[in-house]
Design a protein around this ligand. Structure first.
Ligand code: ADQ
Length: 499
């Protein structure tokens, strides 16, 4: 169901909800970009005459170069998004690199994941971050003005558009937009959703300009995180760094006479879509009685891939009965390959997997199969369904959607087992998973053994509960919970989810 709200929505995210590519003749074409956020939010933008502000993924020829309409055979969720509903942010490469690779991925990503030793603090890249946020804010204000002009022409002077800013790449934009609105007398409601963890005060304070970041986010009326722990960390930082008055029971805080709501809004997946893919995807080929332990992640140091592979090696050492019976299948999606840390991680994985395969392989069996690349959603769903165990063991993760997608694809006639880190946001609610500390390699190995040996009845009981919860708390529920928190939806549209 597409949520109909009374106000147009302006979504602001680093990337547009589709990818732009040039064909051989240099003409721009739209390509589908998969992901639950796009699937859930694009229909709301389309149905409510909204706008999406973002970077198109390529260098445009000029600021005024036209965005193409969707092609006639485009069946993706963004096909109904007209080019006039897209506000394209163009930034020169010299500025974009220090903003994106430098500050977003080199500073905020490790800092927010509580890995400060990996974070680089640089006045230069942070300055680029400020400037790029300013460009996004200007584009957002342009979109807002267009929106208000239409509303005013139709006599809807009482309707305030909703601006929804996404993620750690844009933490300063809200305050910049608010300032412009105050100066120019523009009306809007503003919200921010943070997709990754928010760290504790003693980590956040390491960032030399932490006060600007906190104030930047507080330009909003509603600030959303995946789980309560991140909300509490954020409230704590605002109280201690900015001296805000904070209500820790109702998650409210005050700044300059304004009240800001902080709320946990755990994201879900397009559950029915994955469940259908799980039913229809062709079976994967594997030897009879062979079991698969599956890992699916972007190749990122927060995802705990190295620990996981080492734990699998211990499993083979301690439980040799699994040799030739179990294969560890890891899909690692290339990510941020311009950043040195990510190149080093790739080398480390290549060497580690090469060593373990060299040590344990038999003529007809290798312990680890490793894909460094993307696979189609259909293949991914088949692997989710046909694996005995999914191992989702990030060292830290905002939520983690792979855990949820695995659950949605399960066939209850032979359900798999989910192993999950407590340091993922998902670890807090998916309690029927086998919860395992990714730093404790012996325990990970033992729990792999337990998962592989788990009796059918226990697998079924755990999986039934997991499926029920994820189906109720899907991505559409997430969007309507958000809209309700912004006062955009009546409560009865939002009454059916449980833990
Ligand atoms: P990510 O860090 O990207 O997201 P995650 O939540 O696991 O992490 O999402 C990864 C997505 O990529 C999944 O939807 C998955 O299906 C897809 N994917 C993975 N491997 C793939 C492959 N080989 N081929 C095709 N698709 C693949 C950030 C935060 C998370 C948070 C999300 C949403 O870091 O913590 O859950 O945003 O808020």
């Amino acid at each position: 169901m597409t949520s109909r709200i009374n106000s147009p929505m302006i979504v602001v995210s680093n990337r547009l909800p589709f990818i732009l590519k040039r064909n051989q003749d240099g003409v721009l074409e739209r390509h589908h970009s998969a992901g639950g956020l796009v699937t859930a939010v694009a229909p709301v933008v389309i149905a409510n005459r909204g706008t999406w502000v973002g970077w198109p993924g390529i260098q445009m020829n000029s600021e005024s170069e036209a965005i193409p309409e969707a092609s006639a055979d485009d069946k993706s969720p963004t096909s109904g998004l007209k080019s006039e509903q897209v506000e394209c942010v163009t930034v020169a490469k010299e500025l974009f690199d220090p903003y994106y690779n430098g500050c977003c991925n080199g500073t905020f990503w490790p800092l927010m994941h509580s890995m400060p030793d990996r974070a680089v603090f640089s006045a230069e890249t942070y300055d680029a971050y400020r400037k790029v946020n300013e460009v996004f804010a200007q584009r957002t204000v342009m979109a807002l003005k267009k929106c208000l002009a239409k509303l005013d022409a139709e006599g809807h002077m009482d309707v305030a558009p909703l601006v929804w800013i996404h993620d750690y790449q844009l933490m300063l934009a809200a305050t910049m937009v608010r300032r412009a609105c105050e100066e120019e007398g523009l009306r809007c409601k503003m919200s921010f959703f943070h997709h990754i963890p928010f760290p504790a005060w003693d980590i956040m304070r390491l960032f030399p300009w932490d006060d600007e970041i906190l104030e930047g986010i507080l330009g909003c009326d509603l600030v959303g995180f995946h789980i309560d722990d991140y909300c509490i960390n954020f409230l704590d930082c605002c109280q201690r760094r900015l001296g805000c008055r904070v209500d820790r029971t109702r998650f409210l805080l005050e700044l300059d006479g304004r009240t800001i709501h902080v709320k946990s809004l755990p994201i879900g997946i397009p559950y029915d879509h994955f469940a259908e893919m799980g039913r229809s995807a062709p079976k994967i080929l594997k030897e009879k009685n062979q079991k698969i332990i599956l890992g699916v992640d972007r190749l990122d140091y927060t995802k705990g891939l190295v620990n996981r592979v080492k734990a699998f090696e211990r499993l083979l050492e301690k439980h040799p009965e699994h040799v030739e019976k179990v294969t560890f299948f890891q899909v690692a999606v290339p990510s941020r390959q311009d950043v040195k840390e990510y190149q080093q991680l790739k080398e480390e994985m290549d060497q580690l997997i090469g060593r373990i395969n060299g040590r344990f392989s038999k003529p007809n069996w290798s312990p680890i199969r490793y894909i460094f690349g993307c696979i189609s959603q259909e293949q991914l769903s088949a692997f989710y369904r046909d694996s005995a165990v999914a191992i989702v063991t990030p060292l830290r993760d905002g939520m983690n959607l792979v855990a949820k997608e695995f659950v949605a694809c399960q066939d209850l006639s032979d359900p798999g087992v989910l192993m999950l880190s407590p340091f993922a946001g998902a670890g807090g609610t998916m309690q029927e998973a086998l919860i395992v500390n990714p730093y404790e390699l012996d325990d990970v190995a033992e729990k792999m053994h337990r998962a592989l040996e788990m009796p059918f009845d226990e697998r079924l009981l755990r999986m039934k509960h997991l499926q029920r919860r994820e189906k109720l708390n899907d991505v559409n529920f997430w969007v309507s919970s958000f809209l309700q928190a912004m006062g955009m939806l009546p409560c009865d549209l939002n009454n059916n989810a449980h833990n």
